[in-house]
Design a protein around this ligand. Structure first.
Ligand SMILES: [Zn+2]
Length: 275
């Protein structure tokens, strides 16, 4: 009965489609609702839930941080941070123009201060489907529930401050682009594991990395190139797009075409199958 089999196949795929769209609807509903809750209420409810928990981990790769794709396909996600603040408001136009010309997608982690100082450019980047806009925090603080420091920078002091740090920039990007970001990376990329849970409950997946591409824009061109060329399937590369004076851009520009020649495909983070 081939026609019966065909019908069953169509029915099964229709059920799958329904299930997937129901899931997507549920996720977007939850996200929409978070954006509409007054921020004070969020601070209070998250403090009630997480305020008494003492974190046990502090670092870049704590429990819950995504540090790579599944590696099933030769996909690489290039992620670029723009941190804002003193000395961090720049933009590496040579690198951006190169990505646009070569049609290499990237996920851009943008801090609220950087967005405010580069609004016209932000709008241009956000309207280009090549780029996915992600959340790099409101004040670029390490994500802590008790004020831990990273590189001498004090983290958020409590759950309430952490909620503000994540949520205020998620809302800002959502308001400006019509699309709430799906990924968050804290200032300095340091977390405790409770902070990661808080981010997840705010609908933000926490994006780490497995290729340190420029070490805060301090690597030489050769070192950037070497780091990027060490990428394997499922790599998440982190570099900075806000330091045109550094050698990050030149190193990236010399390395990325070589990875494409090796058969890799660059994808946005939301297009990467995660571990
Ligand atoms: Zn940063």
């Amino acid at each position: 009965m081939p026609s019966m089999k065909l019908h069953l196949t169509i029915l099964a795929s229709a059920i799958m489609t329904l299930a997937i769209s129901a899931h997507a609807a549920a996720v977007s509903e939850e996200t929409r609702q978070i954006s509409e809750v007054p921020i004070k209420n969020l601070e209070e409810s998250f403090t009630r839930k997480f305020g008494a928990t003492t974190p046990l981990q502090w670092g870049e790769n704590v429990t819950g941080v995504i540090t790579g794709g599944s590696g099933a396909a030769k996909k690489i996600a290039l992620t670029m941070d723009a941190c804002g603040g003193h000395k961090g408001m720049g933009i590496d136009m040579e690198l951006i123009t190169f990505l646009e010309r070569e049609k290499i997608p990237a996920t851009l982690f943008l801090n609220a201060r950087w967005i405010d100082g580069n609004m016209a450019l932000f709008e241009k980047l956000a309207s280009n489907p090549l780029f996915e806009i992600a959340n790099h925090g409101f004040a670029h603080k390490p994500a802590s529930v008790n004020g831990e420091k990273a590189y001498g920078i004090s983290g958020t002091r409590n759950v309430s401050e952490l909620v503000d740090e994540i949520e205020l920039n998620a809302r800002k990007i959502g308001r400006l682009t019509g699309k709430r970001p799906a990924f968050y990376r804290s200032g300095t990329a340091f977390y405790d594991e409770v902070a990661v849970k808080v981010a997840n409950r705010l609908g933000q997946k926490v994006a780490g990395f497995n290729i340190l591409g420029d070490a805060g824009a301090t690597f030489s061109r050769e070192k950037v190139k070497e780091a990027i060329l060490s990428a394997k399937p499922g790599a998440i590369i982190i570099i900075h797009m806000n330091h045109p004076e550094a050698e990050t851009g030149k190193g990236a520009i010399s390395a990325l075409p070589e990875l494409i020649r090796r058969g890799y495909r660059f994808v946005k983070l939301s297009e990467m199958e995660m571990q």
